[in-house]
Design a binder for this molecule. Structure first.
Ligand SMILES: CC(=O)N[C@H]1[C@@H](OP(=O)(O)OP(=O)(O)OC[C@H]2O[C@@H](n3ccc(=O)[nH]c3=O)[C@H](O)[C@@H]2O)O[C@H](CO)[C@H](O)[C@@H]1O
Ligand SMILES: [Mn+2]
Length: 356
């Protein structure tokens, strides 16, 4: 009697044990699948959690459902009415975001409850530190207002980072970096530094990351309508030109080479973004291709911008921002633009750049 109850208890313990072990293994193998990417070169003794079997970095999980609150009233969406003067979708069905193609109230109602953290990287090296105050102050007025924003500032002058009043939930992180000699290298090295900051910190702290130039000011809402998996920004100088006029890299020796007859849009290097894991793949690829070119003694026509254009041609962005989201003050006003949300300011290249 005692013996059989002992057997029963033992069997129960073994059964429960196996069940728990099985469940743990299932969680281990399947739970991280959707938000992880291969990273074979990272050691598990680094500070990135890497699944030892799959060797994958574990990015933050997040809710991507477009939950809409009950009872929210907004204008009925049109099927035949709307903006007719611009194209608002690409041939691969990604939205191109223009004023009046989205409802800001509805967008905010969908995205604000998600408690997202949006990282933005901005480099202010050498004389470019002078642009940082305006960038940050105007961002506080217009960039992802009411969202948690982490500004990651990369500079060689820690003491000159301005003290700017930040709204609740928004933070500044400052990273010291060396000043390289050529402006081309300063601009291009951003790919590697963004890769590193994602590996060290952002994979666990941020949901989205937007990488911006510092010599720009926000003027109008730049909000959650820009959030998506992988986001490219149309260059304000090329939005109305044919692909043969794009300044892609045209030498086959470069890894950024785009043959004649190919190309969708010309994307600007001054803004790209999306979910952290997608931007990670982008910056890692661009960095590797920049290095491969360097080893081959070739520099693409527009450095990292050429590599970005190559990447986005063969890895299509899931959302594209119209020139409203990065205009150039030099271009004056364009009829197609109902608003200018962020614009590159006029600057004296010869005075501000290191080696011109
Ligand atoms: C209008 C135009 O021609 N735009 C091109 C030009 O952008 P930009 O003229 O906008 O390049 P830029 O001089 O603003 O450099 C890009 C960014 O690198 C950082 N930075 C650069 C230099 C420096 O000394 N310190 C520093 O911090 C800073 O964040 C700056 O915003 O060049 C880029 C390539 O690099 C792209 O090809 C752009 O399409
Ligand atoms: Mn710039």
């Amino acid at each position: 009697m005692w013996f059989s109850s002992f057997i029963r208890r033992r069997s129960l313990t073994i059964f429960v044990g196996i069940t728990i072990l099985g469940a743990a293994l299932l969680v281990f193998f399947f739970n991280d699948k959707s938000w992880s990417i291969s990273l074979p070169h990272v050691n598990s003794d680094g500070n990135i959690p890497v699944c030892p079997v799959q060797r994958k970095v574990l990015f933050r999980d997040r809710n991507c459902d477009l939950d809409s609150p009950k009872g929210l009233l907004y204008k009925q969406p049109g099927i035949t009415l709307g903006r007719c003067d611009v194209v608002a979708v690409t041939p691969w069905s990604a939205p191109i975001v223009w004023e009046e193609t989205f409802d800001p109230v509805l967008v905010d109602a969908i995205y604000k409850p998600k408690n997202l953290t949006i990282a933005t990287t901005v480099f202010a090296i050498g004389k470019y530190i002078r642009f940082l105050r305006d960038f940050l102050e105007t961002a506080e007025k217009h960039f992802m207002v009411d969202f948690k924003v982490h500004y990651h500032i990369f500079t060689d002058q820690l003491q000159d980072v301005p003290a700017v009043d930040l709204a609740a939930g928004r933070k500044i992180f400052v990273h010291q970096v060396p000043k390289l000699k050529r402006w081309q290298d300063i601009s291009a090295s951003r790919m590697q530094m963004i890769q590193t900051i994602i590996e060290e910190q952002l994979y666990r702290e941020a949901d989205y990351i937007y990488c911006q130039d510092v010599d720009a000011k926000f003027h109008f809402r730049w909000g959650a309508e820009t959030l998506d998996r992988l986001v490219g920004q149309i260059h304000p100088w090329f939005y109305d030109l044919g692909r043969d006029q794009f300044t892609y890299e045209r030498r086959p020796e470069s890894t950024a080479y785009i043959p004649p007859g190919e190309g969708d849009f010309y994307y600007i290097g001054a803004m790209f973004g999306g979910r952290v894991e997608e931007v990670y793949k982008l910056v890692k690829s661009c960095h590797e291709n920049l290095e491969a070119d360097k080893a081959n003694g070739i520099e693409a026509a527009w450095q990292e911008e050429s590599h970005l254009n190559w990447y986005l041609l063969y890895n299509k962005p899931s959302k594209i921002l119209s020139p409203e989201y990065l205009w150039d003050d030099l271009r004056g006003k364009a009829n197609v633009m109902k608003v200018v949300r962020l614009s590159h300011i006029l600057k004296n290249y010869a005075e501000v750049r290191e080696n011109t």
